[in-house]
Design a protein around this ligand. Sequence first.
Ligand SMILES: NC(=O)c1ccc[n+]([C@@H]2O[C@H](COP(=O)([O-])OP(=O)(O)OC[C@H]3O[C@@H](n4cnc5c(N)ncnc54)[C@H](O)[C@@H]3O)[C@@H](O)[C@H]2O)c1
Length: 439
Amino acid sequence: MATKDNVRISPAQGKLGVLIPGIGAVSTTFIAGVEAVKRGIAAPVGSLTQLATVRLGKRTEGRTPLIKDLVPLASLNDLEFAGWDIYEDTAYEAARKAAVLEPALIEQVREPLEKIHPMEAVFDREYVRRIHGPNVKEARTKMEKAEMLMDDVRQFQKRTGVARTVMIWCGSTEVFHKPSQVHETIKKFERGLQKNDPEIAPSQIYAYAALKLGIPYANGAPNLSVDAPALVELARENEVPVCGKDFKTGQTFIKTLLAPGLKARMLGMSGWFSTNILGNRDGEVLDDPGSFKSKETTKLSVLDQILQPKLYPQLYGDLFHSVRINYYPPRGDAKEGWDNIDIFGWLGYPMQIKINFLCRDSILAAPLVLDLVLFLDLAHRAGMRGIQEWLSFYFKAPMHAPEVYPEHDIFIQLMKLKNTLRWMRGEDLITHLGLEYYD
Ligand SMILES: NC(=O)c1ccc[n+]([C@@H]2O[C@H](COP(=O)([O-])OP(=O)(O)OC[C@H]3O[C@@H](n4cnc5c(N)ncnc54)[C@H](O)[C@@H]3O)[C@@H](O)[C@H]2O)c1
């Protein structure tokens, strides 16, 4: 350890277990991708942990190491995957069905994918209504289900001999629920598990199981999951880092690129209409109004937070923001999004921007899963616990301390992420002031 480090980071020795509820499009694209990268078949495009550098010190110093050389991250060769799903398909079959990756590529990594047999899921049709499958745990109470999940984890750890484990929710979007009384404290939550409180979602049972075992947890979907006071309390108590929610990909990613730019120039905005078509299983689940409401809520929150209409009522006070998702099977995972943005400039003169993004949802999400897994493991080894706001960069609705608003501007998020890495290593934080070059 370098002496100037602000935190003691234990080395990334041994294997890192990656546990994933939801063996679907995103998770299989992630796992197949890691296996392809390991074999030198393809490049980890989109992943900061694999490709990005950090500037250290002054611009004149020329120090820009790769992130993975600045902080000790687990190596791709040390990742060991397992997961749960309501379907019995192996990760190989699930990847074939998701049809994100070309069959020829999937065949090249068939062997490791075929070894991943989803464990029985904790599932509740009240929370995900459009799908049902046979691979589901039966138990009397939600607490018993949590204990069964913990047994799964222990068996996985024993079988594989992993040194550390992280969990990342890549399961379907659950129907919209606000935090309720049962989510207030660990005590109430545990009583709720025993009494089968209907407000406890399956994803929260996974989160609880992970945190009880001291395993970091990330939530890639918009439903609450670990974003509840009781679970954050448990994370802090057990010294476990957590983060969420809803991977920032596709249309919202573009939104958080553009909106800060327009606001930076004090250009006004009267409307932003976003619509898209999506034909994968995620799209099918989101066709249910309850699940869509979860997604809509995270997607809508972004603009309000970036534009700050209370501070700038004349520019953003009357903004009409609408988001639609249409389930359209022929497109599969190849989503197409359209945005119409009505802006206004000098003297209120109107202008329009149109965006037509033909994106690939899971291709955009997979590198985020990789980075989150590696960074959460790093945070854990660095003794960081509770909400990891520095990982906001990856989320549409970043978890945050109750007294602050979430930061949605992707460039501020990136600065926060890189400054956190600099801080870990005891390097100067970069303020971009730079007056010293002109003294
Ligand atoms: N692809 C993206 O760009 C993106 C972006 C943001 C968020 N997300 C979210 O990530 C999640 C995964 O997306 P996807 O495209 O892989 O969806 P998917 O439908 O292909 O995969 C989700 C899998 O989760 C399984 N599942 C549902 N409930 C479960 C439970 N309780 N336990 C275990 N498994 C369960 C389903 O059977 C399915 O196989 C979704 O919630 C989606 O909204 C995706």
